[in-house]
Design a protein around this ligand. Structure first.
Ligand SMILES: C[S@@+](CC[C@H](N)C(=O)[O-])C[C@H]1O[C@@H](n2cnc3c(N)ncnc32)[C@H](O)[C@@H]1O
Length: 443
């Protein structure tokens, strides 16, 4: 055990030395947590990313190793309060208010008066978040933005968002507030709490019906998520969904979409069809970088009124975060339909998460797929979990969120390969990353 502690601490120490050195080489110092203007720091340097990921994985594992079981379980079971406190901060526009106040911050009495809620209760939410490095308590009961809370600032005037809350996220793309508002909305929060009942009830436990989910159990209507948000009364959910998707696009560096595929190899005028493309946040950077190609974004009529028409001459069908919305039976059906419209040269490009096992996978449970370029196992340094702790925590959250909303899974690389069976496609290559690219060709 002690050799694990020493190994973890060396990984942290060596990684931090590497990060500081790399920043110095770039003439920068590491972004300070207290500085709301610090931003994300250097995100496009492979060396810094690798060192950062190692330090994050090692630090998280070291903390969990050192903590007592009861403390770990206590923090985990109370996580719901993190969600609700963060939602309070976003829905009351605290980050905007504190940006207007500047580095001295604002006393909680003033904050409470400005947003119209009990200042003591609101202050307790902000202190809870400050203890997690979201906001900063600069002096007793006085709060200011820090690097993390500044990411919740839409850049709009606080008074403006108070007057027009529905428009809060308009033209505020790339801002985490939209994502927080979407992900913490009542149907998801209720749905998460319905997971146990959903699993214990045989009717839902063994179902793949997108209308029978923890979320639908929570709101009480047996309809699929995308139909639910299109119902009258749910305008805000629908609007926030689009804004949240734009945010999630911006979380992955633009270069990631640009480098997932050899776009430059396509001929002038070749057609890229973004299927289930929402408001086109994936296609936009592509169109800017590769103007020699043609683009079509398709989605459900309430999202894009032109709707869905079969397209027969696509060079690439691009689907980002679409197949993960569907259980295998439906996902295969979508892939079959696309295959029926494909030419022999068409590629199917899925931009999705790849779920890592949390143990070594010399042989994937569903067969070894290491013959597929890019599908090989990652080998993190001893004694790190292959999933690298917080580096991939978003993938496991996404997996449970998919179960809750859509009765669908995130998938391992083996599951992505198997999904193609019987659809007329075969998995040709994988490029793993924060967002992975799975390229299928005609089988
Ligand atoms: C998770 S979102 C991803 C949006 C977009 N690809 C992106 O990455 O920002 C899934 C999208 O699939 C769309 N969708 C759901 N059912 C669909 C259908 N039957 N036909 C086309 N699009 C559909 C939804 O409207 C939504 O925009």
């Amino acid at each position: 055990m002690s050799d694990q502690l020493t190994a973890l601490s060396s990984l942290i120490s060596n990684g931090v030395t590497e990060i500081v050195k790399k920043y110095a080489e770039c003439g920068q110092s590491y972004p300070i947590l207290a500085d709301p203007a610090a931003g994300d720091g250097i995100t496009d340097d492979a060396g810094i990313t690798t060192a950062t990921n190692t330090v994050l994985a090692a630090a998280a594992q070291l903390i969990e190793t050192l903590r007592k079981p009861a403390d770990v379980l206590m923090d985990t079971v109370y996580a719901m309060h993190t969600t609700s406190a963060l939602r309070v901060a976003v829905e009351t526009g605290i980050a905007e208010l504190l940006r207007e106040a500047g580095p001295e911050g604002l006393h909680i009495k003033v904050i409470g008066d400005r947003v119209g809620v009990d200042s003591d209760k609101l202050g307790r939410c902000l202190r809870f978040l400050s203890a997690r490095h979201i906001f900063k308590e600069v002096s007793p009961d006085v709060f200011a933005n820090n690097r993390h809370s500044a990411a919740l600032d839409t850049g709009k005037a606080h008074e403006a968002i108070k007057k027009r809350p529905l428009d809060k996220f308009e033209n505020a793309q790339g801002n985490m507030a939209a994502f927080v508002s979407h992900a913490s909305a009542e149907p998801f929060a209720k749905g998460a709490m319905c997971l146990t009942d959903y699993l214990l009830d045989p009717e839902s436990s063994f179902s793949i019906d997108p209308a029978i989910t923890p979320v639908s159990r929570g709101h009480g209507q047996k309809i699929a998520w995308f139909e639910y948000i299109e119902q009258p009364g749910n305008e805000r959910l629908l609007k926030n969904m689009g804004a949240a998707m734009a945010v999630s696009a911006s979380l992955f560096p633009k270069e990631l979409v640009l480098s997932t595929f050899d776009w430059a190899s396509l001929k002038k005028g070749d057609l890229v069809v973004d299927v289930g493309g929402g408001i086109g946040s994936c296609t936009l950077p592509l169109a800017q970088s590769f103007p020699h190609l043609r683009y079509v974004v398709q989605d459900r009529p309430p999202v894009i009124p032109q709707g869905l028409k079969p397209i027969k001459d696509a060079s690439v069908f691009l689907l980002r975060f679409v197949i993960h919305d569907w259980a295998d039976k439906y996902a295969k059906e979508i892939m079959r339909l696309l295959r029926a419209s494909a030419t022999p040269r068409t590629k199917l490009l899925l931009l999705e998460f790849v779920v890592p096992y949390t143990c070594s996978t010399a042989v994937d449970r569903k067969g070894n797929h290491s013959h597929i370029p890019g599908a090989e196992d990652d080998q993190p340094p001893y004694p790190l979990l292959p999933s690298m702790g917080p580096v991939s925590s978003h993938v496991y959250f996404a997996d449970l969120r998919m179960m809750a909303n859509c009765n669908s899974p995130e998938r391992t690389v083996g599951q992505w390969a198997h999904l193609a069976e019987g659809t007329g496609w075969k998995l040709e290559s994988v490029k793993k990353g924060a967002l992975s690219a799975l390229v299928y060709g005609v089988a």
